[in-house]
Write a protein that binds this ligand. Sequence first.
Ligand code: SAH
Length: 239
Amino acid sequence: MDEAPDLVGVWQARIITLFPDAFPGTLGLSLTGKALHEGKWQLHTHDLRGFGIGKHRNVDDTPAGGGAGMVLRADVVGPAIEDAMRAARGRWPLVYLSPRGAPFTQAMARDWARSDGVTMLCGRFEGVDERVLEHYGVQEVSLGDFVLTGGEIAAQAMIDATVRLLPGVLGNAASTEEESHSAGLLEHPQYTRPAEWMGRAIPDVLTSGDHGKVDAWRREMSEKLTQDRRPDLWDAYKK
Ligand code: SAH
């Protein structure tokens, strides 16, 4: 992956990880994979092990003050960040995937898609030395209120959400404007053939051919669903 020449003006994700083999992972499939293949976005991994110290390329050490687990060293992560950010140009967020971070949202994906690229630091073990986060002004972002073993899955989820908003990645651009979270509401239910399944018919309005009525029904369902399932989103939407 690192051998690919940088294409001018193409959005890039740079991932600092102990497990570069985890990439592109699911990002190499379907629409994101096709777009990666076609050079609509680029992915580079920076192997944290390569910045390790001594013959054994140590990357971690015991936590100051004691306690369980290991912490990624500042003098290992620092040079890896320097290396990954050397290629950064224009607006380029530097992110640490972390359960302590601000929750990832569609608005962040939109913002990152408008930047020139993003660098993501994937933690492992107990995380990284705090000083490195302070020194580089790293933004901490969380995939949700749960703890993963490493940042790689979170990085892939966030890159997926971002890359699908880049121009030309999805075939049908309108589909990113109407879907869940883009306008602060959840999406209406979707149906396709067959017209009847297990005694359940598709709602009549959807087969009526009346686009005005279809739009009104979808809007109504979208609002109802949001009210029922996500009162927090509904309150924010009404404001
Ligand atoms: N000791 C840490 C958790 C470490 S989990 C704490 O309690 O905050 C190991 C690594 O997995 C983290 O460094 C982070 O990069 C990643 N990770 C775990 N949960 C995550 C989440 N919800 N979102 C994003 N990254 C997460």
